[in-house]
Write a protein that binds this ligand. Sequence first.
Ligand code: TXE
Length: 493
Amino acid sequence: MSDLPVFRNYINGEFVESSQQYESINPATGLAWAIVPVADKAESEAAVESAHRAFVSPEWARMTATERGKLLFRLADIMAENSDVLAAIETKDTGKIIRETRAQVAYICEYVRYFAGLADKVEGTHLPIDKQDMEVFLRREPIGVVAAIIPWNSQMFLAATKFGPAIAAGCTMVMKASEEAPAPLLEFARLVDEAGFPPGVFNIVSGYGQDCGKVITSHPLISRIAFTGGPETARHVIHNSAENLADVSLELGGKSPVIVFDDVDVDSMINGIVAGIFGATGQSCVAGSRLIVHRNVKDEILSKLKAKAESILIGDPELMETEYGPLATVAQVEKIERIVAESIAAGATLVTGGKRPEDYADRTYYLPTILDCSNVEDASSVTNELFGPVLSVLTFDTEEEAVAIANNTRFGLAGGVFTKNISRAHRMIRAIRSGVVWVNTYRVISPMAPFGGFGESGYGREGGIQSLLDYMRTKSVWINTSEEPIPDPYKMR
Ligand code: TXE
């Protein structure tokens, strides 16, 4: 018998025995480290039904917004107490380095607290209506049962940006973890259980796209879908939502530009570019994967970036000193290898990396890689999201050229601008078509700041007050205050 830790799906306040399980692989070792469940069709349907029962139950439906907020505050405290455990599990399951998962999980508690505090701040409106003897006011009510689909990267973060506003708004939900690395979210279910939410408010399941993802996103009891993943799956999700006409929000990654003008102090901004592309081994939706650099500073920046990339400490993601770990799956590495090879064949020049590190050749590691694509602006690495540690470098001479290159993408999630010229910075902020623009910084986030994209990066925003309102619907209420009988509708007045 295996002595690996066992994780279970969490439905209706219970950890359930699934009909199927499999071994989850630690990408750093290539070895199985945990047993994880597979929600089949029936289990996935049971999760949605449980969320619906909870949604209409008096215990949840009559709970005040203040009480919902208190439950979320309690959950945030429990998450903070358990943040090292959550981080360690995320590191084992995804290979993301422990110093990143610890910092991220600790900050995620602030996301939960932000939405906990907002729960009872949503106000209705009184209308100065154009009818006599009528009082009209607007109520904001929870939209219903939410299906949240989470990918394997930054899971706890992507979960919190969905369950925070959804639960604060009064919705109930089914969250689906990614089959690639479901353990962190299933561990999180234990914390939800400890926080004391009524059974069925939170259901957390893992399973495959067809039998779980499709089932929950097309289920007639679902009113809202919050999806993070790739654009191809997003198209399936939109089709699924045609079944239940649920509202959909999509966060689909990007091909984000980082534009560097020739007035910058190169030494002070190299770390921004490095964090943007090599943080999380490039497996980040906001990865600054296209460096668009002014021709005058290209050589200096490339040589400094190369030196920095080659000095990053690669190693065991579970050690605090490690700066750079493996990718999450073999498929990820193979995709990157293919796209890098295609780009070099098309004329891109390899500046550094471009292969698996020798010490880890049998595992899912891939070196921090820089490709000079200034002669091949349509190289595969420039146009496709690799979701890995590959920086494609392009050059420009004029501001107009920089904008044209930056916007030459189907995506539009994030963008970075490095310049000391404040007027130019403002022109770039207006010109870049993306949901986030960072000026002289990169990859900074906050629960207060909306996050989401344009184009193939999806729609809807996560974070900020609007994201809470997006889990609500407006109800118009009409009250007749007259003592007069209601006039006969068939008599002309
Ligand atoms: O994501 P998928 P994958 C990008 C990135 C990556 C590519 C594919 O480029 O290489 O997408 O990644 C569930 N109905 N991003 O394959 O397949 C699935 O089980 C409902 C960017 O990991 O999109 C998983 O839980 N759900 C991104 C989730 O969708 C379905 C993060 C995401 O899986 C489904 C991840 C269906 N029919 C990938 N089929 C970002 N925005 O950061 C699958 N799923």
